[in-house]
Design a protein around this ligand. Structure first.
Ligand code: ADE
Length: 424
């Protein structure tokens, strides 16, 4: 155990650490790629002396990333990227390991931002962001702390959208690596991770049977695709709503019924949002819902379901039925049930994505940090993709860990692909 006497941190309870250590080691078994990178980092120390703030969901998987960064020589601190997603035993275990954490499950908004500012007090060179809250705070209120920044990495679609908007407006002050956009991240984490863990969150919160239910999935991006796939796998009749014609077409050809939310509202039993937008389920939708309809969110922010409208409609008529399940009486003859306050249901009511997919996401994070440290002189104030060599290396390591072998191009095939003269 590290000497933590002088360490500044804010967590729920240090005595939870033992359970945290055991659960972190359980996740590590499913994270072979991050394990290999950790071993490499222990030798090469690519992050020696680099101060890193990781603003992420504080889970067993994140702990394995934080330990990898530390073993690579980084001076890392962790804060929560969502007020409801922290696993308090993991936070305690990380503090035990000498990594300061500022995160408590269920913290209010004020504490959430206080924790972000406490992490920024660490004067980061690199920020690992999940939703762009730290990058946004650095650009808005903490501009004096920009000077020491090498750059940031961004974990999620919502954060990448925000950072690309900053780049387009010419206000981005340091390079950003869009980890979310790596193939080994979003093809797997966003699709299979969100798909499985969202259904896991809904099942743990409600213990309901999905078979035979009408499941409405709002948004057919990578997350929506995964949720629709797993909703169907559990026997749900899945409807998809979209605003993008190409994604709508894809959903239709994947065999889902595509309808406007206005139509879906009256027929759905369970609604799941994954759009990255606001008020996707709004007052008029609540008005036409069936009695007892359930709404849950799988997108980064809790703005996809208009909870303020629901609160107004229900007034005093609301009650918690069980943890993460709250009923709003919206008219004399019907109520709407909200799961997990409209926050990411997979992290609020369950444990987030399984370790096996976070393995690749966090391998991208670790290697992107090392890349930022190595190339900090050359990089511009832009949003970069993860270099293809890193993406492919992670895919190769993951395949090797699964004992899956693939073919190699022959010289003749390589020459064929590189030429344009060959016809039929
Ligand atoms: N985002 C989604 N699932 C996660 C997990 N298990 N750990 C960290 N971030 C996540």
């Amino acid at each position: 155990m590290a000497d933590t006497a002088a360490m500044n941190y804010d967590i729920k309870d240090r005595s939870l650490a033992d359970a945290g250590h055991r659960r972190i080691s359980w996740a590590a078994r499913e994270m072979p790629v991050i394990r290999m990178i950790r071993e490499r980092f222990q030798q090469d120390k690519p992050l020696a002396g680099v101060r890193i703030v990781a603003c992420v969901h504080v889970t067993t998987e994140t702990a394995n990333l934080a330990l990898t960064l530390r073993d690579g020589g980084a001076d890392a601190v962790v804060c929560a990227s969502n007020p409801l997603s922290t696993q308090d035993d993991v936070a305690a275990a990380l503090v035990d390991e000498g990594i300061p954490v500022f995160a408590i499950k269920g913290e209010d908004n004020e504490t959430y931002y206080r924790h972000i500012n406490a992490a920024i007090d660490h004067k980061p060179n690199i920020v690992i962001d999940d939703g762009a809250d730290v990058v946004s705070a650095l650009h808005r209120e903490r501009r004096d702390d920009l000077a020491e920044m090498f750059g940031a990495t961004e974990e999620t679609t919502t954060g990448v959208v925000r950072m690309r908007a900053m780049e387009a407006q010419g206000v981005l002050e340091f390079p950003v690596i869009a980890v979310n956009d790596a193939d080994t991240k979003h093809f797997f984490d966003n699709r299979y991770g969100t798909g499985q863990s969202t259904m896991d969150g809904i099942l743990r919160a409600t213990n309901m049977l999905i078979a035979g239910k009408v499941v409405v999935v709002a948004g057919y991006g990578w997350c929506g695709k995964g949720i629709a796939m797993r909703g169907r796998g559990l026997g749900g009749r899945v409807l998809v709503t979209e605003i993008d014609p190409v994604k709508a077409l894809e959903a239709a050809m994947d065999g889902f019924e595509v309808v406007p939310m206005e139509t879906a509202a009256g027929v759905g039993d369970i609604f799941i949002t994954a759009t990255g937008n606001i008020n996707v389920i709004d007052r008029d939708d609540f008005e036409s819902m069936k009695d007892g309809a359930i709404v849950a969110n799988a997108g980064h922010f809790n703005s996809e379901i208009n909870i303020a409208a629901l609160e107004e409609m229900a007034g005093e008529g609301r009650r918690e039925l069980r943890p993460f399940v709250e009923e709003f009486q919206v008219s004399s003859n019907h109520s709407v049930v909200v799961l997990g306050d409209g926050r990411l249901i997979n992290l609020a009511a369950a444990e987030g994505h399984p370790a096996s997919v976070m393995d690749m996401s966090f391998a991208n994070q670790a290697l992107a940090c090392s890349y930022l440290a190595e190339h900090r002189q050359e990089l511009e104030r832009r949003v970069y993709n993860v270099p293809t060599e890193i993406d492919h290396e992670i895919a190769r390591l993951k395949l090797a860990s699964m004992a899956v072998e693939i073919d190699v191009l022959t010289d003749e095939q390589r020459e064929y692909l590189e030429s344009w003269e060959h016809g039929t």
